[in-house]
Structures are given as C-alpha cells and as structure tokens.
Design a protein around this ligand. Structure first.
Ligand code: FES
Length: 177
C-alpha cells in the first residue's frame, strides 16, 4: 500500500514537472510571437530623461508632431506641457517644430492668452500685456519674458523638458529657475 502511494506520488511529481516544462515552453514561444505586436500597441513611455514629458492634447493623449506640422509655418499650437501647463509649440518655416516652446502663462498675474497672428504677438486679455513672437515683453504691466521649455521630436513624439540654461532672449539665467 505504501509502495503504491509512493509510486503515485512519483508519477504525480513527474507529471507536474512535465506540465511545468511544457507550460514554460509554450509561454516562451507565445511570448516571443506576441512581443512585436505588444510593442506596436504599447504607447511610448511618457517620462523621458531630464524630466522630459510627452506633449498631450486636451484629452490627455500624446499628440504626434505630424499633427501639428500639418499646420502652416508660423502656427502657434497649444498643447498640455510640463506640470500640465498649456504650452505653445511653433511651426517653423522649415516645417519643423521650433526647439523652444512658450508657456501660456502671463508673467504678470498668470492669465492665459491667445496668439494674435496679425500682430504677431501674444496678447494677454487680463491687463493688456503683450509679448513678441519669442515671448519677450513688448508692453507691460508684465515685466518678465514668458517661460521657455525645450521641444524635441523623436519618432513623431513631442518631448518637452525644463529649460534651465541661459535664456537666449535675455542672455542671462532664466527668472523661473
Ligand atoms: Fe496678463 Fe495681467 S495677467 S497682463
């Protein structure tokens, strides 16, 4: 009787081992077959080096560069940027995205503002501050330029990262750092 139990146990263990090995093999084969499909359907990671994030549309979906570049040169397109701040991306004459994004946050008291294409200015509706196409102050009461962020396009994804270097418009350390 005891021998029978031992034999049963031994055969059970062999079965378990075989099941395990078969299962592992199937998992590896299926896994390798599905990897390319999974990679295709998996959205790109949303946090990059140096605190970079993907630019998103108003629904919170990553916005492809090609969608913005379908607009004519000179377009200022709004996206959700770093810390959710609305940020203008600029379509250049070469039909690329400018490496500088301009944060849509008036440096007077924080209102958002539209781009006035005719005047080629950002014009704040709250107290009348105006900024040129680069975000430098043209008219107060704002007395600081608009905040910049870096813009990089990789495989049609738009990455925004903090601007911590010299502000090229002022030639000095940015006020926001
Ligand atoms: Fe823009 Fe005051 S908040 S001018």
């Amino acid at each position: 009787m005891e021998n029978n139990i031992s034999l049963d146990q031994a055969s059970l263990s062999r079965r378990q081992l075989l099941n395990f090995l078969t299962g592992s093999t199937v998992a590896v084969v299926v896994g390798s077959a599905l990897y390319p499909a999974a990679k295709f359907f998996t959205p790109p990671k949303e946090i990059g080096e140096g605190g970079a994030i993907l630019a998103k549309d108003k629904l919170g979906n990553p916005i492809p560069a090609s969608q913005i570049l379908a607009n004519p040169p000179g377009t200022r397109a709004l996206v959700a940027g770093l810390a959710g701040e609305p940020t203008y991306l600029i379509v250049t004459d070469a039909n690329t995205l400018d490496g500088r994004g301009i944060v849509d946050n008036c440096t007077h008291l924080g209102c958002t503002f539209p781009w006035n294409e005719m005047a080629e200015q950002f014009q704040c509706p709250c107290h009348g501050s105006r900024y040129d196409a680069e975000g430098s102050v043209v008219r107060g009461p704002a007395n600081r330029p608009l905040k910049l962020v870096h813009v990089a396009v990789i495989d049609d994804a738009i990455w925004l990262s903090p601007w911590t270097e010299i502000d090229p418009r002022m030639g000095e350390r940015p006020w926001w750092v």
